[in-house]
Design a protein around this ligand. Structure first.
Ligand code: UDP
Ligand code: MN
Length: 310
């Protein structure tokens, strides 16, 4: 009789395009650098370009193609001014990774600062409070137990009730609504999911606790890959000191991922990278030009939201 092998656990993320591919490369690189003993699985959708897949294959154990889901809730997404977030429904697919007993999902715009394997001590559904509305959990990081029934339940709820913010966070907070006032053991400390801009809202706490931060989440519409980094330094004056440091760390990790990929793939050996700025190498150039195109598309979409055309 065949036996089903259940692996203890994995870290997982989602990538639907080249931009978030760079984010996931950094995340995978950090999980490796801090010697995680768990497998890593990056879920990718059909439009992810080949160059991104190659980069992800060198930073993640498993690159898993999955179908794309979308909330298509343009009205709520317009309120958030984030038309691109409907696609985050695709995250739900993580409940289908049933060969793992437990999964720690991390957004592709997160950057662990140390080993975070202790997250596997938590049970479904554990997550950190959202800085904007702490009675909701932030879905940039959560611990779950894969189960197709839960997946079906989530999809049914999405179809019946929709999602109050247009993205996965609204839906997951409705489905796991006991999180806010239920078992406190399912509240993961905020230091595992810190938005670097949290320093603006409570600077004394940031000063007191920032040394304990374990994972940075670059949430919001400005992502690390939107910043230019030259010789290890972020270009641009309007960046707070805390954010600048984390952005430079992110670019250094991206650089490392690209260099390691080049070492593993001799045909990419022409990459030249100077402390964060990347030049040369067809593959990376194609990823970066793809990103430039997507950012332009996104700007056009945002403009449409502002002017009421979307
Ligand atoms: N994501 C993606 N493609 C997109 C938008 C989002 O792959 O176009 C994935 C990615 O893993 C990302 C997550 O969905 O980290 C949630 O989106 P985002 O991080 O932008 O949301 P925020 O944390 O800013 O609310
Ligand atoms: Mn995020």
């Amino acid at each position: 009789m065949p036996t089903t092998i259940t692996k203890p656990g994995c870290f997982a993320t989602l990538v639907t395009n080249a931009e978030y591919g760079l984010g996931a490369a950094v995340l995978g690189q950090c999980l490796q650098d801090y010697n995680s003993k768990y497998s890593t699985v990056v879920m990718v959708t059909k439009n992810v370009p080949e160059a991104t897949l190659t980069l992800l294959a060198s930073t993640w154990d498993v690159v898993l193609p999955i179908p794309e889901l979308n909330s298509n809730d343009t009205a709520s997404l317009a309120l958030l001014q984030r038309p691109e977030l409907g696609v985050t429904f695709t995250k739900l697919h993580v409940w289908k990774l049933t060969e793992y007993k437990k999964v720690v999902f991390l957004d592709a715009d997160t950057m662990p600062l140390c080993n975070i394997d202790d997250l596997f001590l938590y049970n479904e559904l554990s997550a950190c409070p959202d800085a904007g509305w702490p009675d909701c959990f932030n879905t940039g990081l959560f611990v779950l137990t894969p189960d197709v029934e839960t997946y079906d339940g989530l999809v049914k709820m999405a179809a019946d009730e929709g999602t109050f913010d247009g993205g996965d966070q609204g839906l997951l907070n409705s489905y796991f609504s006991s999180w806010a006032h239920g078992d406190i053991k399912k509240h993961i400390p905020f230091v595992y999911n810190v938005n670097p801009n949290a320093s603006y809202t409570y600077l004394p706490a940031y000063r007191r606790f920032s040394k304990d931060v374990k994972n940075i989440h670059f949430l919001g519409s400005s992502k690390p890959w939107h910043y230019e980094c030259q010789d290890g330094a972020i270009i641009g004056a309007n960046v707070s000191q805390h954010l600048r440091g984390f952005l430079e760390q992110w670019h250094a990790s991206l650089n490392k991922a690209l260099i390691e990929e080049a070492a593993a793939e001799p045909e990419f050996i022409q990459f030249r990278s100077t402390g964060g700025s990347i030049s040369g190498g067809e593959s990376v150039v194609s990823v970066l030009s793809h990103i430039a195109g997507q950012i332009k598309d996104k700007d056009t979409q945002r403009e449409k939201v502002k002017t009421g055309q979307l």
